[in-house]
Ligand binder design. Structure first.
Ligand code: UGY
Ligand code: MN
Length: 265
């Protein structure tokens, strides 16, 4: 009986408000991924919650083959576990190139490519967004390794390392960054901004201010922050805290709306 007490209590750190969601792994529920073989996903963030993008974790069994994103949608994927191989020539690499743990790719809608999980299967952290074209031409495909991504001390604080995984160029309407905090390091300000975020804690722990609430968070947790959600973080514990996060960038808010099926990339 005692073993069942936590379940009976119905307690979780997960929380959903109009401005943010904190979703902890104990509340994850997988769902099949349409168009993929032998794969499931936990869809953490989707338009249903009020977001303008999708954030999910895909679990691919050995030999699983990906489906494409919807028409007009760009896809970023970070290999969290295992490896995937492109069926045809990936951007900037030979046909059959394999991407292993810590490597990532971005594909604009015009570069919809399939990939297959290796013998160990694969776990991918995925962000997808309806691509909004700019006058600068379409975004190019990108592949990279997190360890090689350029980093800078955020606002001059050497205890805050911000790595940008995608080019900070107008053709790209999403940014995906890795943010590493030494224990005790904090965001230098409470941020309130028009860009929204999807975030996964990859390592460590800390306290996230979301709206008017302060939440303890740790590796595995997911956070959605709506536009203008007040946000702040302090890293705690004995190891650096690290998170991977998405934000929408480089588009005019009045005139450029997300493009869906049928719009040119
Ligand atoms: O890029 C950002 O807006 C970032 N500093 N936000 C965050 O970490 N919550
Ligand atoms: Mn922010």
């Amino acid at each position: 009986m005692l073993d069942q007490a936590p379940l009976l209590n119905g307690v979780t750190r997960s929380r959903r408000t109009a401005d943010y969601a904190l979703i902890t792994p104990d509340t994850f529920v997988p769902t099949p991924l349409p168009g993929w073989t032998d794969a499931t996903a936990v869809v953490h963030i989707a338009p249903e919650i009020g977001a303008r993008f999708t954030h999910y974790t895909a679990e691919m069994a050995a030999g699983s083959v990906s489906g494409g994103p919807g028409a007009g949608v760009s896809r970023f994927a970070f290999v969290a576990e295992g490896a995937v191989a492109f069926e045809d020539s990936p951007p900037g690499g030979p046909a059959g190139q394999t991407l292993g743990t810590g490597e990532y790719f971005f594909l604009p809608p015009a570069e919809d490519r399939r990939f297959t999980a290796g013998q160990q299967g694969a776990k991918l952290i995925v962000f997808e967004k309806p691509y909004v074209p700019s006058g600068e031409g379409p975004a190019s495909a990108v592949i990279g390794r997190a360890g090689d991504a350029p980093g800078e001390a955020f606002q001059g604080d050497a205890d805050l390392l911000l790595q940008t995984l995608l080019p900070a160029e107008p053709a790209f309407d999403m940014a995906v960054n890795l943010f590493t905090y030494q224990p005790g390091a904090r965001l230098p300000q409470v941020e309130v901004h028009v860009m929204e975020h999807g975030l996964i804690m990859l390592q460590g722990e800390g306290v996230y201010r979301l709206g008017d609430d302060w939440h303890p968070v740790q590796a595995g947790d997911i956070i959605w922050m709506a536009s203008y959600c007040p946000q702040w973080f302090v890293a705690m514990g004995k190891q650096p805290a690290k998170y991977l996060y998405y934000k929408d960038v480089h588009r005019d808010r009045l005139t450029e709306k997300p493009g869906f099926a049928g719009r040119e990339a």
